[in-house]
Design a binder for this molecule. Structure first.
Ligand code: PHE
Length: 357
């Protein structure tokens, strides 16, 4: 018994961490531990032997248990000391300025758009930025020979020779999410999809990556009138004014019939943009009634359902609302620009709390 005591007290003193300590506990006083086994032998002893061995074993067990507990507390203390050492903080250092970073206007405007459409019953859908040319084109009624493919200045993903996977593109618009959402949710459906899109184009109002928000509403009784109302409600809420003049221009998209492009009245005087006044018009979106072939590609019966879709330029409406003259500055990562045009991360836009403070 003295040997056992010496052995375990020694081992416990040396245990490096709680796991090692637990191993020792099991080894000594666990169900099949060395001391527990010894206690089982008590039954085979004579009553006289047992009277001596029993209390001695119990005392040994108690001693080992309290050595374990003491060591455990000591290890915890040491761990705490180590943490206090490593997480030491000099509270006398000066604090950082409050506006170290800001929300980018595109993030802000995406949140604003989402808040407005949420109020109109639209939920947010998402899709991949790298998509197959089937989702980006074919399913949207743009077959491979169609001129719209060339017009879009598409970035194609490189394919090694012998790679037979379907061709992938950087999506040129958010419209492929129409198909993905129809496949996933069926009809009726009411979604928007904000996100980045890509086209090989670069000047004051075009960048190779920009942002759109797609809208899609499908049901048994949806018409162009619903589209017009939704867009007018949106534009008024977004620009936080009672009246904004919109111009619906007949247009053409392979995936809508009829189609309309929508412009907003604005002025560009002195390098600043103003909405709702002036003699200029800025195109902000394309829209129309979803083409029956597109519904079919999404697995929806065009004999029962119809609906509208639109694709709006987020960067465009951000420029308009916040008077930002050059689109390219959005992507320059210039901190001075961000401090000027950015937003506080703590002000979530809501319709009741105010969209832009
Ligand atoms: N996808 C079109 C574009 O990028 C916009 C659009 C979306 C038009 C939905 C009609 C309907 O220009």
């Amino acid at each position: 018994m003295d040997d056992l005591k010496a052995k375990y007290l020694g081992l416990i003193a040396e245990a490096a961490n709680e796991a090692a300590l637990e191993d020792l506990r099991v080894q000594a006083v666990g169900k099949k531990g060395e001391i527990s086994l010894k206690m089982r032998e008590l039954g085979k002893m004579t009553p006289e032997e047992r009277q001596v061995a029993g209390p001695a074993l119990n005392a040994l067990k108690d001693e080992i248990n309290s050595a374990l507990a003491a060591k455990k507390a000591a290890l915890a203390d040491a761990a705490l000391d180590e943490r206090l050492r490593s997480e030491w903080l000099d509270v006398t250092l000066p604090s950082r300025g409050r506006r170290a970073g800001t929300l980018h206007p595109i993030s802000q405007v995406s949140e604003e758009v989402t808040a407005i459409f949420a109020e109109l019953g639209f939920s947010v859908a998402e899709g991949p930025r790298i998509d197959t040319d089937w989702y980006n084109f074919d399913a949207l009624n743009i077959p491979s020979h169609h001129p719209a493919r060339a017009e879009m200045d598409t970035f194609y993903m490189h394919r090694a020779e012998g790679d037979n996977r379907p061709p992938h593109v950087l999506r040129t618009h958010t419209s492929p999410v129409q198909i993905r959402s129809m496949e996933k949710m069926g009809a009726p459906i009411r979604i928007i999809c904000p996100g980045g899109v890509y086209r090989a184009d670069y000047d004051q109002t075009h960048t190779p990556m920009f942002h759109q928000v797609e809208g899609l509403a499908i049901d048994t009784d949806i018409s162009m009138a619903n589209l017009k109302w939704v867009l007018e409600e949106f534009v008024k809420a977004f620009f936080e004014v009672d009246d904004v003049e919109l111009r619906f221009r007949a247009s053409h998209f392979p995936f809508t019939e009829p189609s309309a492009e929508v412009d907003i009245r604005c002025s560009w005087e002195d390098g600043t943009l103003k909405v709702g006044e002036g003699d200029d018009w800025l195109e902000i979106l394309g829209s129309g009634m979803v083409h029956p072939k597109v519904l079919e590609a999404g697995g929806i019966d065009p004999a029962v359902y119809q609906g509208f879709a639109f694709g709006m330029g987020i960067d465009r409406i951000a420029m308009l609302k916040y008077g930002i003259p050059d689109l390219r500055a959005f992507f320059d990562s210039d901190l001075r620009w961000l401090r000027h045009y950015g937003f506080s991360a703590l002000d979530m836009p809501t319709l009741h709390g105010g969209l832009s403070r």
